[in-house]
Write a protein that binds this ligand. Sequence first.
Ligand SMILES: [Mn+2]
Length: 287
Amino acid sequence: MQDSSYLLELCDRFKGEYPYASKKFVELSSEGRALVVGDIHADFKSLERIYTEIKNLGKNDKIVHLGDYADRGNEPHLVYTTILSAALEYGENFIMLKGNHDHATGDRPLVHPFDLDLKLQLVFGVDEGREVCRQIMKKVWPNLPYSAIVEEKYWFVHGGVPTKGKLEGTDVKRKEIENPDEEILWEMLWNDPTEDRKNGLSLRGYNIYTFGKTATKDLLNELNVKVVVRSHEPYKLLKVEQDGMVLTIGSCPNAYSMDKGAYLLIDLEKEVNSAKELLNFATIFRA
Ligand SMILES: [Mn+2]
């Protein structure tokens, strides 16, 4: 069995040392570049591949993780150890967003598959594994920001646009994105885009919706940005949707039995009008 003390120490330090630990909404400057990483889902091999880019980053460059760190893959301990150490090392330049797999109501994660507990037990032994899982849920998850913005350009979020159950469009205000209630947060973590104008019900579950083009346009206007950059559907790999208003990125091919994964290294200083332009900043790697 492996020793869990370093990972437990990282969990302990996270709330006090990670600069966005108490923030729900991160405002990023448009200086430098952003290494944007989609869902990882315990796919450590892909994370290592993506992190080879870090050595090329400068002091104004950022790393933006779009959430979903564990479940599915077999190495959540290595993924959490690596990402939490990077969060503490890069501080303000490291944005570790919350995904639906990094969210609990009380101490109950409301997601399937939820295998973090079991996978950690396999690595650390039953008691220690359970304890590491508890500590991640208690000390890391509640301290992850929900979304990030680069003014006039990008809104980064795990799932997407909240609809509050409206049939078409959304009247969610910037203040509600900055400080969402549980219902809006839930939709930000769980929703997926549809190519319809209207919103729809999602097969994913209760109070989850597909957001249509009108809702996306409404929120882009409200936030004064051009593109929603999100993950949550890794099998889309790198997909421009809704006439260039939405980009979906998938970064964990090994967790989804895919042969390729993707990440972005966006030049934030460049003007942007469509998600299509982001394809120029993408790298596709082999699983
Ligand atoms: Mn997800």
